[in-house]
Write a protein that binds this ligand. Structure first.
Ligand SMILES: [Cu+2]
Length: 195
């Protein structure tokens, strides 16, 4: 086993340094993704798992940008086209990128992680599974199948970022204790990238 030398011989005396909150402000994280839905494949940025509800060739675009004084907030914007007309779709930012199945995207991205959540039992505690600690972009399409949604959340990304935007089968996201954040099967997914 290799030894890792401790490179601290010349370390300055320990004085409490200022919290480097300014780093996030100087180097804000911007995430975005866009594409038209295709069957899952490793090269696809936008995929459908249920073409009856999220048709092939439907378009989805999302951006998540810091905003507000000192970049204290994040504004997320979603645009969809080519979905079913006059229908609600529950949509959220999830922790991981899209994959071969809807489960690949992992749980909802949370700013403050629910300590009770596990891979088998995702957070359903409204103290954590809510649209201020997560990014909910539920949309309602018009007669042409297009729609937009926006949300502003009181946090930015530092060590972690969302990996995807997931479209669910349910028309709205549940909020009751024990069900908060639930929205049924995952029907489409858009992978997000850092800009
Ligand atoms: Cu979700």
């Amino acid at each position: 086993m290799a030894l890792t030398p401790m490179a601290c011989a010349h370390q300055a005396p320990k004085t409490p340094a200022a919290t480097p909150t300014s780093q996030a402000r100087l180097n804000p994280t911007v995430l975005s993704g866009s594409g038209t839905l295709t069957a899952p494949n490793p090269a696809a940025e936008a995929v459908t798992y249920n073409p009856a509800l999220a048709p092939v060739d439907a378009a989805i675009l999302a951006s998540l940008m810091p905003s507000g004084y000192g970049y204290s907030h994040t504004v997320a914007t979603l645009v969809v086209a080519g979905l079913l007309p006059n229908r609600g779709y529950a949509i959220h930012a999830h922790a991981k990128a899209c994959g071969a199945t809807g489960e690949a995207a992992g749980p909802h991205y949370q700013n403050r992680l629910d300590p009770a959540a596990t891979p088998q039992t995702p957070s359903t505690n409204p103290d954590y599974a809510n649209p201020r600690n997560e990014i909910w972009l539920d949309v309602h399409t018009n007669a042409a199948g297009s729609g937009t949604s926006h949300t502003t959340v009181p946090f930015t990304f530092t060590d972690r970022t969302p990996g995807s935007i997931v479209v669910h089968e349910a028309m709205t996201t549940a909020t009751a204790p024990g069900h908060a954040g639930q929205a049924g099967a995952r029907i489409a997914c858009l992978t997000l990238s850092r800009q």
